[in-house]
Ligand binder design. Structure first.
Ligand SMILES: C[S@@+](CC[C@H](N)C(=O)[O-])C[C@H]1O[C@@H](n2cnc3c(N)ncnc32)[C@H](O)[C@@H]1O
Length: 154
């Protein structure tokens, strides 16, 4: 799905986050960002994955993970979806509450100024604009149908 040619100033590479990173990338990044990737690490220990990504940073660099908190939710529809996702993630490997171990893994990797911030994301009818309402419904329908497909295939 990479655009060809690559946009100016951007180099795209394929990398399995559970594998070693190229040796010559280590210590070369000011900023490392990863969104919604950790659920896919299977049985690989989360602290090892995080440690290897921290090794990519230059001294003084920053790393940011954005992950979904699937802790029990007071909205019945969201809770129904999340309970399914928790079950799936438990089946894959690291336990559904892997997000709660992320801050400790970053500290263990030797990082300083580690922050853990929770942000509520309002979806559907509670979204803050008609555009976000529409986009969030499409996105949640897409995501949910993929989870239901997995459960149906079991
Ligand atoms: C929930 S999507 C998130 C995609 C994107 N980062 C975002 O935030 O929109 C998870 C992505 O992780 C990829 N993925 C799963 N396991 C992976 C692995 N071991 N190494 C690299 N990517 C992986 C999947 O192919 C998928 O594209």
């Amino acid at each position: 799905m990479f655009p060809k040619p690559s946009p100016d100033g951007i180099a795209l590479s394929i990398q399995d986050i559970t594998a070693q990173w190229p040796e010559d990338w280590k210590g070369t990044f000011d900023y490392v960002h990863q969104r919604l990737g950790l659920a896919g690490i299977g049985q690989h220990p989360l602290k090892d994955i995080v440690h290897r990504q921290c090794e990519l940073l230059k001294p003084g660099g920053w790393i940011e993970f954005v992950e979904l908190d699937i802790a029990p939710n007071s909205n019945p529809a969201v809770e129904k979806l999340f309970s399914l996702v928790r079950e799936l993630i438990d089946m894959i490997g690291n336990g559904w509450n892997y997000v709660s171990t992320l801050k400790g893994a970053l500290e263990q990797a030797g990082l300083e100024s580690v922050e853990d911030k929770s942000i509520d994301v309002f979806l559907g009818a509670s979204a803050s604009s008609p555009e976000l309402r529409e986009k969030s419904i499409i996105s949640m329908q897409f995501t949910t149908s993929a989870f239901v497909d997995v459960v149906d295939s079991k």
